[in-house]
Design a binder for this molecule. Structure first.
Ligand code: DGL
Length: 301
């Protein structure tokens, strides 16, 4: 397995149940073009949204240990709403020295954006059923009062897996994904900018970013679709700032050698699933060559 040299700039670790977190990595790369990243796609166990909390917590701990042991990471971005919802608190407890950034559905910004006061939220069952999401929803509604905003929450069972499979088979045929999107959007009600219609759609799963075009076509041009990649990238950027002993802050240096490395070794992608699928996704969404992608044993599970 490739590892980051201790003597060079340390990487930011990123993980997801599969390829969905590449949408967050794409935003982070745009925000921090000279940063190093190690991405773990746990595709052998996707989707997390249909797994037990215990399973997701165990995998999240295992992956973090691997990122520390083999990648010497300086922080970890949990690029998965499901793993954030069920595991980030225990990760922060167990790895107390390591900063974590999580992702969660962008409910707060959606309140500012919506004019009709009706906001749709799509995500996995595990995310939308979690205590963390319930608390977030409650907080956003309380903060928004006395103005009111109604959230129409729709779990999309099978959608993350369909997106994963589509990449795995290297398909260009999006029929299954389209059918699922249509079915779930229909169940939420009517979309548009007229009173009573849902005018804002929050993507509460990092996989769904890759089908944003399909979703936009289905909901129409007057509906705003909100994802979290850029906000997470800005937060991860703040954390990539190194504190010096005298309390000053220093941006991670962008030396010439760092810049040279950027093209070859600065982004390493690992998968426990299909290497071909990861290579395809890396090429399609991040324009990265196959040599940056590696297979890694999924461990004893
Ligand atoms: N991409 C993930 C999320 O944001 C997980 C989807 C899944 O594995 O079910 O929730």
């Amino acid at each position: 397995m490739p590892a980051t040299d201790n003597n060079t700039q340390r990487a930011i670790g990123v993980f997801d149940s599969g390829i969905g977190g590449l949408s967050v990595l794409r935003a982070m790369r745009a925000e921090m073009p000279h940063e190093r990243f190690i991405y773990w796609s746990d595709s052998a166990f996707a989707p997390y949204g249909e797994r037990s909390d215990e399973f997701v917590i165990e995998r999240s701990h295992f992956i973090t240990e691997q990122l520390i042991a083999k990648g010497n990471v300086k922080s970890v971005v949990v690029a998965c709403n499901t793993a954030t919802a069920v595991a980030i608190e225990s990760l922060r407890q167990k790895f107390a020295q390591l900063p974590f950034v999580g992702v969660e559905p962008a409910l707060k910004p959606s309140v500012q954006i919506s004019k009709t006061g009706r906001v749709g939220v799509v995500g996995t069952h595990a995310t939308l059923q979690s205590v963390r999401f319930e608390k977030l929803l409650h907080k956003v509604q309380t903060d928004a009062a006395p103005a009111s905003c109604e959230f129409i929450v729709q779990p999309c069972q099978g959608l993350a897996l369909a997106i994963e499979k589509q990449t795995e088979k290297l398909q260009t045929d999006t029929l299954e994904v389209e059918q699922l999107c249509r079915q779930y959007l229909k169940a939420m009600g009517t979309f548009g900018n007229e009173p009573g219609q849902i005018d804002t759609l929050v993507l509460g799963c990092t996989h769904y970013v890759f089908v944003e075009d399909i979703l936009q076509q289905l909901v129409g041009p007057h509906v705003s679709i909100i994802s979290t990649g850029s906000a997470v990238a800005r937060q991860a950027h703040r954390l990539s700032v190194n504190a010096t002993p005298d309390g000053q802050v220093d941006l991670v240096p962008n030396s010439e050698s760092t810049l040279k490395d950027q093209t070859t070794n600065a982004i390493q992608l690992w998968t426990t699933g299909s290497l071909g699928a990861l290579q395809h996704a890396a090429d399609r969404w991040l324009n990265l060559p196959a040599q940056n992608c590696h297979w890694i044993a999924p461990s004893e599970h």
